[in-house]
Design a protein around this ligand. Structure first.
Ligand code: NAD
Length: 506
């Protein structure tokens, strides 16, 4: 990072092997969402910059892949320690560009770190399979080998966690990784790369290129990049998937979400209200695993829930990201604030009942910050655009269902299928729901069911394109290819005859 003395605005650039430079001619502003000011600008890279990164990766990757897995794991161990030692600095850096409160930024980094912890076990999980004696003198074994040079394209809302989901596994198995983070909060990804270098990762194995669509397209088209992992909104995820696959790459592309929370009449209502407040409004609703739709089952449940939600939502404290008492901070940009407020107006126009209106929220001393107050809609229906589309803001919508079957159908039929939760004390209903719902990640009395690092993360329908989930054994599968060896060591007495039929075990 350098200070541009002419404008006195911090300039954020790529992180290339050996400190290689690639000055930009196009820039994108990075805001401080707490006060609306431009705090830095990020240089948007070109295909030529990517070529430079790929060449540097090519020079480094074979030796990294040939490094024994225990040594690769040691880099991950040291990186884990460095993250822990730098947690405060990283969390403040993250909050300053994203706007989420500090404690939440620590959670963002911690959830990524848990994937690094899983990657520390790479010597064990990368072991292959062996069949001894598959035929006379014949053994068969399979191994997983790194793909070579791979890339990740990440969204603004988890600038710590999602890069670590990807590069933790990709690098541990022996790839060189090129990260293209969101241009809205690019500083934490750069810092993570610096810490990986400090942990002993050879130059060129983790590089960061900055950019927008031009850089994304260059990554998708580059013949030397073998796999691309993408996380972002669904239309772009679909585009990335199609273009990457057309270029012959392995692509996983995670998209947007509209997660539902089903509230059965027997649920613990106090707990439900607490869980909903955190899951709908935490991080200003800017989470793909937020819970922006609540589905109470039955009239009584709906009325009781609404009555309890109103004071709980009114008691939420919105503040700047360093306010220790704040439940959530500003949204990421003025454009995003306008988008969320437009959706609130759309909800009104569509005929939903606006119970609490978060528009026009003014935080004293931070009047230009990108704040949106907590918003509650009731009587939302499935034909409304505000129900069908992702708002990605602090807006909770009540959609009333008459019974379990109707509640089950709502998330199952929605275009998105990332996460869903059911709140109940009835084990049979919970089990039935988990089995039948057409959604990738299910919580039972768990509002944000992001799987732990040794399981894996992935949504269904328009929430995920391509094969393999993020991290865990799924991550290992995505970032490697399988090679299978069939070997015969005869005892010396060969038949000397040719075989013209396909070898079989008969
Ligand atoms: P986004 O789709 O705008 O951006 C994601 C990435 O794509 C960024 O790196 C961006 O630079 C790039 N990009 C933007 N426009 C592009 C274009 N036209 N062509 C090619 N690339 C482009 O997403 P965002 O606003 O940064 O993040 C929020 C979205 O991400 C939400 O929809 C959220 O649900 C989703 N998300 C999904 C998951 C998941 O795992 N399913 C996790 C986090 C966020």
């Amino acid at each position: 990072m350098e200070i541009d003395m002419a404008t006195a605005i911090r300039e954020i650039s790529h992180y290339l092997a050996g400190g290689a430079q690639a000055p930009a001619s196009r820039f994108s502003d990075v805001f401080d969402p707490n006060n609306g000011e431009v705090q830095a600008r990020v240089g948007l890279g070109t295909p030529a910059d990517l070529d430079k990164a790929v060449a540097l990766a090519q020079a480094a990757q074979p030796a990294w892949a040939a490094t024994n897995p225990q040594r690769r794991a040691r880099v991950m161990f040291r990186f884990k320690e460095l993250i822990e030692a730098n947690m405060e600095e990283l969390a403040h850096m993250l909050s300053a560009e994203h706007g989420k409160v500090i404690a939440d930024s620590k959670g963002d980094i911690q959830r990524g770190l848990e994937v690094i912890e899983f990657a520390c076990g790479i010597p064990h999980v990368l072991k292959g399979e062996l069949t001894q004696g598959a035929g006379p003198g014949i053994d068969v074994y399979s191994m997983r080998q790194a793909l070579g040079i791979v890339a990740g394209i990440t969204p603004f809302n988890f600038p710590g966690m999602i890069p670590m989901w990807m590069f933790g596994m990709a690098i541990a198995v022996g790839n060189a990784f090129i990260l293209k983070p969101s241009e809205r909060d690019p500083s934490v990804p750069i810092r993570l790369a610096e810490l990986m270098t400090e942990a002993g990762l050879p130059d060129g194995i983790l590089q960061v290129v900055q950019g927008d669509k031009e850089m994304v397209d260059a990554i998708l088209d580059h013949p030397e990049i073998k796999a691309v992992s993408f996380v972002g909104s669904s239309d772009i995820a679909h585009y990335v998937y199609q273009r990457g696959v057309a270029a012959g790459k392995r692509v996983q592309a995670m998209g947007g979400a509209k997660n539902h929370g089903i509230v059965m009449p027997d649920a613990d209502m106090d707990q439900v209200v607490n869980d909903l407040c955190g899951a709908a409004f935490g991080s200003a609703g800017e989470r793909c695993m937020a819970l922006p739709v609540v589905v109470p089952v039955g009239q009584d449940t709906a009325d009781r829930l609404r009555e309890m939600l109103i004071p709980a939502i009114q008691a939420l404290r919105v503040g700047i990201s360093t306010d220790k008492e704040a439940h959530y901070g500003p949204v990421v940009t003025a454009a995003h604030k306008a988008k969320v407020e437009n959706y609130i107006q759309m909800g009104v126009d569509e005929g939903a009942e606006l119970v609490i209106d978060g528009r026009g929220f003014n935080l004293q001393g931070h009047e230009k910050g990108f704040f949106v107050g907590p918003t509650l809609f009731d009587k939302v229906t499935t034909t409304m655009r505000t129900y069908q589309e992702e708002i990605f803001g602090p807006v909770l919508q009540i959609v009333r269902a008459k019974d379990f079957e109707e509640a089950l159908a709502l998330p199952s039929q929605h275009q998105y299928g990332n996460g869903v939760a059911i709140f109940t004390r009835n084990g049979h209903a919970a089990r039935e729901f988990a089995q039948r719902v057409n959604v990738g990640m299910v919580g039972i009395n768990v509002p944000i069911p992001v799987p732990v690092a040794y399981h894996s993360f992935g949504g269904w329908k328009r929430s995920g394109f391509g094969d393999h989930n993020q991290y865990g054994m799924e991550g290992l599968r995505f970032w490697t290819k399988v090679k299978t060896v069939t070997q015969r060591w005869p005892d010396g007495g060969g038949t000397g005859e040719s075989a013209f039929i396909i070898p079989t075990m008969s």
